[in-house]
Design a protein around this ligand. Structure first.
Ligand SMILES: *Cc1c(COP(=O)(O)O)cnc(C)c1O
Length: 421
């Protein structure tokens, strides 16, 4: 397989020329390093700014300036229903019905909020199964949720670890753990892609196992949304949350995304923490007692739409809409495959790739583990104009984002690395 790639400028240039998404690169601003575009492989932490983001935000400022309160009904995108416009493009990205998706708040807030519906320990069922070494915010959220229920995290939270001497979790071990705790299990909660190793999990298999055990399945798609197309509806996830500032390029602290499967979203009797923006639009402004949730995912909205925060996401999703997730993923498999090929040529240089080698088990990111000198090498990469991030103890995460990175970026990265060692 690997000899379909070559470590030559001619090869990289030809791949870029053949790339149907090549024009999208010029839709983004790249940070500069010594007057040249940096090699930006950090879209898994903060996506680049779309050139259209500024205009989208200025439009809202203009509508506010000129219309004031009138903007709720008469802004170019009326603020009263601002969130509606996200349903179609987002449902295409996470694979669901339009009624199953909404935007609000931020990832960790949404995780807590959805726990108010989907984590209801009843004495018998109270355990949560999650991955060991989850992103800290997810760990804190689960720990404090369990404590808020008066339970002991050491008992209620069960973590699945990679086996001794292995880097990634075996899916069979997740399924076995779900089965083992089937009597007491309330919720299975996993990151769709592990932020540290880059491993992509089989969402359908995990959701299926959770359901067979009589539990629910939720997913944190922070590293999945805009990276790998998923099919949350067909895969029967109960709920999912993600942020919009990583692969979705909507800017620091951008509004978060939420999926709630229709079997729950359409159920107004389902308990939740409510607010007026989740109330039926027809009765919202009567200002009366008696919360009547909307019969879709937006029934979990709480507050007035954060329009200034959402505008950049709107601009960014227009690019995703034009590109299409299938084309983005097809390019990503090639681009990250090329990176993996080039890194395999450098393998004698004392690092290991933690990410699974199979394309269907990873997204854009490869995690390079340096047993020693990781931090020092990361510093040198930065000095050479490479933007990648570093996570203790010795992991450099490298994520070529298919919407704006090129095969030439990947080759330049390889050349710089080769000369650094
Ligand atoms: C990025 C990330 C977060 C960040 O949460 P915020 O609430 O947006 O700060 C949480 N969980 C995972 C798995 C992440 O990758």
């Amino acid at each position: 397989m690997q000899d379909r790639f070559e470590a030559t400028p001619e090869f990289a240039q030809r791949k870029d020329l053949e790339d149907p998404l090549r024009s999208f690169r010029s839709e983004f601003y790249f940070p500069l390093h010594e007057g040249k575009e940096a090699i930006y492989f950090c879209g898994n932490s903060l996506g680049l700014q779309p050139r259209s983001a500024e205009g989208a935000i200025l439009q809202e400022l203009k509508d506010w300036r000129e219309l004031a309160i009138g903007g709720y009904l008469h802004a170019r995108t009326p603020w009263l229903t601002y969130q509606h416009g996200f349903r179609r493009p987002l449902s295409a990205i996470v694979g669901c019905l339009e009624e199953e998706v909404t935007v609000m708040n931020a990832l960790t807030v949404n995780l807590h909020l959805l726990m108010s519906t989907f984590y209801r320990p009843d004495g018998r069922r109270y355990r949560i199964i999650m991955e060991a070494g989850a992103f800290p915010s997810d760990q804190y959220a689960m720990e404090t949720q369990v404590l808020a229920q008066g339970l002991d995290p050491a008992d209620a939270i069960v973590e699945v670890h990679p086996r001794e001497g292995e880097e990634v979790i075996r899916e069979e071990d997740i399924l076995a753990m779900v089965d083992k705790y089937r009597e007491s299990l309330a919720l299975v909660l996993f990151g769709g892609i592990h932020y540290y190793t880059g491993q992509f999990l089989d969402i359908a298999a995990i959701a299926g196992a959770a359901h067979r055990a009589g539990a629910l399945a939720g997913f944190d798609l922070a590293h999945v949304a805009g990276n790998i197309p998923v099919r949350l509806h067909d895969w029967e996830a109960d709920f999912a949350v993600w942020c919009s500032y990583k692969y979705l390029n909507a800017g620091p602290g951008a509004v978060g995304g939420v999926f709630i499967h229709e079997r729950h979203a359409r159920n107004p009797k389902l308990g939740r923490l409510g607010g007026w923006w989740g109330n039926e639009e027809s009765t919202r402004f009567r200002m009366e007692k008696g919360f009547i949730p909307k019969g879709d995912a937006s029934g979990w909205n709480l507050s007035t739409a954060q329009v200034l925060n959402m505008a950049a996401l709107k601009a960014s999703l227009e690019l995703f809409d034009r590109a299409g997730m299938a084309a983005i993923r097809a390019k990503s498999v090639e681009l990250t495959g090329y990176l993996a090929f080039l890194l395999s040529e450098l393998k004698t240089l004392g690092f290991e790739i933690l990410t699974p080698p199979e394309a269907h088990r990873r997204g854009a990111q490869l995690s390079m583990y340096f047993p020693d000198k990781g931090k020092e090498l990361h510093g040198k990469m930065n000095e050479a104009g490479i933007v990648v991030d570093y996570r203790e103890p010795g992991v450099v995460r490298v994520a070529p984002a298919p919407l704006y990175n090129s095969f030439e970026d990947v080759l330049r990265f390889y050349h710089i690395l080769r000369d650094l060692f």
